[in-house]
Design a protein. Structure first.
Length: 168
């Protein structure tokens, strides 16, 4: 036999070595792919060990159900608080007007005044401060949505009219 010829056993050995190298490369590629898959699985499922996707989906569904109930409860409580706040704000002063005048027709520079302070229901008070040289008086009238005009002075009626005609 010549030295250049390769025996059958040597040929089989070389082929087996080639298959082993290919198998080794494939196993490395599969190990890398498996590591990527496990990293992705940890991102989706968390670090809770060996779990399947169906069990995780059931847990997520239950968690979202609990979250929905919690948010509905929070929403109902916020609606209640908002309604209370709206009722309280209806009593706040939303319409106001000030009328200055000279009550005694003196040259005092319009030191007397009438001010109307009304809430969203258009009820409130009308205050009048009448100034004279050596005295000042304060008058208060309650204003309902339809006040009797005979109880109000013309200046108080003007303050009330201005307050009611202004935008909130």
């Amino acid at each position: 036999m010549l030295a250049t010829q390769i025996s059958t056993t040597e040929l089989i050995a070389i082929a087996a070595a080639g298959v082993a190298v290919i198998a080794f490369g494939a196993s490395i590629a599969l190990a890398i792919a498996l590591r990527r898959l496990r990293r992705g699985q940890r991102l989706v499922l968390g670090d809770q060990g060996e779990r399947d996707l169906v069990a995780h989906a059931v847990d997520l569904h239950e968690a979202f159900g609990a979250l929905r109930e919690y948010l509905e409860d929070i929403g109902q409580r916020l609606d209640g608080r908002l309604a209370t706040a709206e009722r309280r704000l209806d009593g706040a002063v939303t319409h106001r007007a000030l009328v200055r005048y000279d009550a005694y027709n003196e040259m005092s520079g319009h030191q007397s005044l009438s001010i109307a302070l009304l809430d969203a229901n258009r009820s409130g008070i009308v205050l009048s401060s009448i100034h004279h040289r050596d005295s000042a008086r304060l008058y208060a009238n309650r204003s309902m949505p339809a006040p009797p005009s005979s109880l109000l002075s013309p200046e108080e009626e003007e303050a009330l009219r201005l307050a009611l005609t202004q935008e909130g």
